[in-house]
Design a protein around this ligand. Structure first.
Ligand code: B12
Length: 355
């Protein structure tokens, strides 16, 4: 089978499995990612958070050394799947980023995971050596999708297709020099539009194609232990308790792009226990058994983070409306919580309420 026929057959299989688009790109065409990142990091001010940004980018240092880390790899197969098709139950809205509500990366029951496994099986059956990593990816996915012509990078650093930015990216390294590039006819961000940057609550979208991880709410409220008492973004976090969608929600390209058509497996059941007040009261075994596998950025050892995040959102709401009394049942429960982090948060809120 010729390489171009093989690339075509992978593309066709991907579409048959439900992907929106798929391309194959020789590895050498991904060079240049490191230069893009370094240029933006160089222009980042030394504000105390720059080293955190650098550490996050270094964590994915292999993205800029693909040929060395995977000497057998010749190309990447990049595939795009729209996830903007699911109903988001009310308790999650503006609290949990939609990407995480319908996260397929570790959910073998989701249609996206099944499609991913099927496409991989197809490539292996064609005799290819393939490798992927479904959680964080083996390569810079937005860069690869952009270079393969599958869509466009937006000013907020998201990758867009006709379905907006609500698309999940995946890639496999393969041992044959497959090439099937494509072109996108999407209109770029309008010249004067800065809606995403202006609406980022923490100013993490410092410039086009640069999200500063240390200032991104997703990094702050989910990926790392958070201490809202000391964190300068506690108020800016607003209602968000796991991730944030503000920059994508306001993007003109995304208006009307999300269609609530399907149910995501298991999401409605989880919604039942998802009021902020309920979260503060949840049993830790319940959190570890039910929330941790689904929203896996908050690891089981940080189960308390759900409660401090919920308290932070409640605090932001109380600050706008009315502070609760000392005897407020939610605060009393938090003060008696087994976790010191939760107690500390509740004590801080009581101090704020009295000041
Ligand atoms: C680390 C990571 C994070 C970190 C750091 C984010 C960051 N921008 O660095 C944190 C935890 C903050 C994060 C947050 C989120 N993430 Co994230 N994340 C990743 C991960 C694992 C690596 C990203 C990375 O390498 N960062 C380093 C930066 C420098 O690289 P980059 O983001 O690719 O951007 C560079 C190039 O792509 C280039 N670029 C891209 N296109 C173009 C076009 C042009 C013309 C130019 C000049 C440059 C250019 O610009 C950047 C260089 O400065 C990827 C998966 C992967 N393997 O790529 C997912 C990924 C980027 N995340 C994703 C998502 C959905 C999110 C969240 C939306 C989740 C949420 N709702 O809360 C947020 C949004 C944050 C944001 N505005 O970017 C999706 C994005 C899908 C899409 N349509 O773009 C990805 C691709 C995962 C996936 N499998 O689909 N994420």
């Amino acid at each position: 089978m010729s390489l171009s026929y093989l690339a075509d057959s992978i593309h066709d299989a991907a579409l048959a499995f439900g992907y929106e688009s798929c391309a194959a790109i020789p590895l050498a065409l991904l060079d240049g990612f490191g230069v893009e990142v370094d240029r933006r990091l160089d222009s980042t001010p030394d504000d105390g958070l720059k080293e955190v940004d650098r550490a996050v980018f270094n964590n994915f240092g292999a993205f800029r050394r693909l040929a060395t880390v995977y000497p057998w790899a010749r190309a990447a197969v990049v595939a795009v799947m729209s996830y903007g098709v699911y109903q988001i139950p009310a308790p999650f809205k503006d609290r949990v980023a939609k990407y995480f509500c319908v996260d397929s990366r570790r959910d073998p029951n989701s249609r996206e995971y099944l499609a991913s496994a099927a496409l991989e099986e197809f490539m292996v059956a064609k005799g290819l050596k393939v490798e992927t990593e479904r959680k964080y990816g083996l390569l810079p996915l937005r860069w690869a999708a952009h270079k393969a012509g599958l869509g466009q990078g937006g000013r907020n650093n998201f990758f867009y297709t006709q379905k907006g930015s609500w698309v999940h990216l995946e890639a496999w390294l393969v041992d044959q020099k497959l090439e099937r590039l494509t072109t996108s006819d999407l209109t770029p961000c309008p010249d004067g539009c800065r809606a995403c940057q202006k609406n980022c609550p923490t100013g993490s979208l410092a410039e086009a194609y640069l999200t500063r991880p240390a200032k991104c709410l997703t990094f702050i409220n989910a990926l790392r232990p958070v201490d809202w008492v000391e964190n300068p973004y506690s108020t800016a976090a607003g209602t968000w308790i796991f991730g944030c969608d503000q920059c994508q929600n306001v993007c003109p390209h995304n208006q009307g792009a999300w269609r609530e058509e399907r149910e995501f497996p298991g999401l409605n059941e989880l919604a039942k226990d998802f009021s902020l007040e309920r979260l503060v009261a949840l049993d830790y075994d319940y959190i570890r058994a039910n929330l941790a596998p689904k929203f896996w950025y908050i690891t089981p050892d940080r189960a308390w983070q759900w409660k401090v995040n919920a308290l932070n959102a409640l605090k932001n709401d109380w600050a706008k409306n009315a502070w609760p009394k000392d005897k407020d049942p939610v605060l009393r429960r938090a003060l008696a919580d087994e976790s010191l982090e939760v107690q500390r948060m509740a004590n801080w809120i009581l101090t704020l309420a009295k000041s």
